[in-house]
Design a binder for this molecule. Structure first.
Ligand code: DQA
Length: 152
């Protein structure tokens, strides 16, 4: 596709509950970077990938669902770290299932190497893929994946 014909991709990055505490929250599991540090790294990818990236953090399930709906209407790809909602939110699962856009679930930590309850994601079956265990890089890999899908 020519550069002129290519619509500038947009990616909506959603951080779920408790991720606003990064930097001080369980550093052994999540590292010492703050959410602001991580957002800056994510936004740094926008120029390289020639896309628009927005990031936001939401503690509530309903707010996350509203952002998913808006992204779907706009045709924006979704990169979501749903935090603990990953493990039990059927409402977020239904919102993602209804969003016909590229979508990737990401986790900072390797959820499969932690407590039993973190090994199950009720969202994983309705997204294109899951990236877990690479710290802030999980987000960058997720953004690259959805932009590649939008470019196809
Ligand atoms: C997390 C993993 C979840 O199990 C946990 O509830 C989080 C963060 C991660 O990024 O590793 O809040 O999504």
């Amino acid at each position: 596709m020519s550069a002129a014909a290519r619509r500038r991709p947009t990616v909506v990055v959603i951080h779920g509950p408790n991720l606003n505490l990064l930097g001080t929250r369980e550093p052994a599991a999540y590292g010492s970077a703050t959410l602001q540090d991580i957002d800056a790294v994510i936004r740094g990818l926008a120029e390289e990938l020639d896309c628009d990236i927005s990031t936001s953090q939401h503690s509530g399930e309903g707010e996350i669902i509203d952002v998913i709906h808006s992204a779907a209407v706009a045709g924006s790809a979704i990169v979501i770290n749903p935090g603990a909602f990953s493990h039990y939110s059927y409402a977020i699962r239904d919102a993602l299932a209804a969003a016909d856009v590229p979508k990737v679930e990401v986790h900072l930590s390797n959820v499969h190497a932690r407590e039993e309850f973190r090994r199950v994601s009720v969202l994983a079956p309705v997204v294109n893929g899951v990236v877990a265990g690479f710290g802030a890089n999980s987000y960058l890999l997720g953004v690259r994946a959805v932009v590649a899908m939008l470019d196809k």
